[in-house]
Design a binder for this molecule. Structure first.
Ligand SMILES: Cc1cc2nc3c(=O)[nH]c(=O)nc-3n(C[C@H](O)[C@H](O)[C@H](O)COP(=O)(O)OP(=O)(O)OC[C@H]3O[C@@H](n4cnc5c(N)ncnc54)[C@H](O)[C@@H]3O)c2cc1C
Length: 422
């Protein structure tokens, strides 16, 4: 099997539509959303919900079914679900990455259910995203004392054998879309969070399970909304869980601990194998926006990049721009490899983390260089470039920092376990 570099036709068609959305529904309100942190772009949310419903997708979360043949009557047609998603997220983030993060349909919460749930649970929890109202879900892993080091997670779930319910206690922070998922809003459907908790604190990661907690469950409180450097349209919540009771069948995966296998936690990692290249794609969208802005401003000043000349014949600015383009393309190609592997059911933990590392790096560097090259135009709020510079850095922080993804890459290449190399 070989990777096709030509963008498949269905993806190219989709891109055209999404570019219109990005230009007309995102860029047009980008500054307003940035300056009014936590304001909710209802128009965009409702439009995206209706559009996804019309296509039958209901969600932008990666789904296992994406890897199946698109049309059973055309068995040779290659699967492109993940590739399609990467292109879509790149384009929406080119529009506004903070607003992309408030696209309804489950996000990381739905991705966790996809990675760890039984077919019955998937049916039960995911069907809502195709319902009447836009609906959100979120994933809660991070805690005040546990971010990169997930073995330090203190949230725990204890089975009450009398009622056959799990009782969950703990504190989660930095939950993307946590507020929209758990605080009722008459415009939105009933969301949920997937909370990673230990069912056996002595078993380390092997005891970790995801639990679906529905909006309205007593004991769940959204205690804080973060004020952030970038992606300010996206709500990032802290959530407290006090004696939260959930039905027995809300645990994702086996309710018993297999100490040697760390199977429970591997489900969480499977979520990241699917989503890291997609997060990487969002960063590349931001970087492309910044690079295009630079080229546009250079053209307005009468400077065109002369491609094809030897490097020593180029001006300094031409070399800088070409280097930025190289960074952007290399970052994008790593993403395409990782999502192509996901589409073709090949294990992609290595490529997934590599693409995230690379995108974190190039997104930060390209936006920083763009601000530098544009001088005051890059620093002024008159243009969106300074915002993209602020939005970019998150690519290197959430879903595993650059350092942690480098560790994952090293472990994969050297064949070390998490315990052997940390
Ligand atoms: C806007 C935003 C949204 C987020 N959304 C979510 C979400 O939806 N769900 C969720 O669960 N979490 C979310 N997070 C949390 C995010 O995933 C964590 O912040 C991230 O994993 C880092 O963990 P930490 O904050 O505890 O930092 P730490 O783990 O304390 O890291 C601090 C620094 O130390 C470095 N470091 C740590 N360990 C090592 C090591 N072994 N080797 C080398 N360097 C190391 C890190 O790379 C980093 O540079 C979000 C964060 C932000 C900022």
């Amino acid at each position: 099997m070989c990777i096709e570099f030509e963008t498949p036709k269905p993806i190219a068609q989709q891109q055209y539509v999404l570019q219109t959305v990005a230009e007309n529904m995102m860029r047009s309100v980008s500054r307003e959303m940035d300056e009014n942190e936590h304001a909710i772009p209802y128009g965009y949310i409702e439009f995206m919900h209706a559009a996804m419903k019309a296509t039958g997708a209901g969600s932008l979360a990666p789904r296992d079914e994406m890897r199946k043949e698109v049309d059973p009557n055309k068995p040779k047609r290659p699967p492109i679900g993940y590739q399609m998603l990467a292109h879509m997220l790149e384009m929406l983030s080119w529009g506004d990455v903070g607003m992309y993060l408030v696209t309804p349909g489950g996000g990381l919460g739905a991705a966790a259910v996809e990675a760890a749930a039984s077919p019955e649970q998937k049916q039960k929890f995911l069907a809502r995203f195709g319902g009447e109202k836009p609906t959100f879900a979120a994933m809660c892993m991070t805690e005040p004392g546990a971010g990169s080091d997930t073995s330090a997670i203190k949230t725990n779930a204890v089975l009450d054998e009398k009622t056959n319910e799990w009782i969950i206690n703990g504190e989660k922070i930095f939950v993307t879309a946590g507020h929209k998922s758990m605080v009722p809003d008459e415009c939105f459907g009933k969301g949920f969070i997937v909370v990673w908790a230990s069912i056996d604190t002595s078993a380390g990661r092997a005891g970790m399970r995801g639990f679906v907690i529905e909006q309205g469950t007593p004991g769940v409180t959204v205690t804080k909304l973060e004020h952030k450097l970038g992606i300010r349209a996206s709500d990032t919540a802290a959530i407290s869980l006090v004696d939260v009771r959930v039905p027995y069948d809300h645990v994702l995966g086996s309710p018993t601990v297999e100490r040697e296998t760390e199977k429970g936690f591997k489900k969480a990692m499977a979520t990241f194998d699917a989503t890291r290249p997609l997060v990487a794609a969002t960063g590349i969208g931001v970087a492309r926006a910044a690079l295009e802005f630079v080229k546009e401003k250079l053209t307005e000043s009468g400077i065109e990049i002369r491609y094809g000349l030897p490097r020593n014949k180029l001006t300094s600015i031409e070399r800088e721009v070409i280097d930025m383009e190289i960074m952007l393309r290399s970052g994008w190609l790593m993403i395409i490899k990782a999502v192509w592997m996901a589409d073709n059911r090949k294990p992609n933990a290595l490529e997934s983390s590599m693409s995230k590392v690379k995108a974190g790096d190039v997104t930060t560097k390209i936006t920083q260089k763009a601000v530098e090259l544009m001088g005051p135009l890059g620093y002024s709020r008159e243009f969106l470039l300074e915002k993209w510079f602020r939005d970019a850095k998150i690519t290197d922080i959430y879903e595993g920092t650059g350092q942690i993804n480098r560790l994952v890459v090293a472990r994969q290449i050297l064949g070390y376990s998490g315990r052997e190399l940390r």
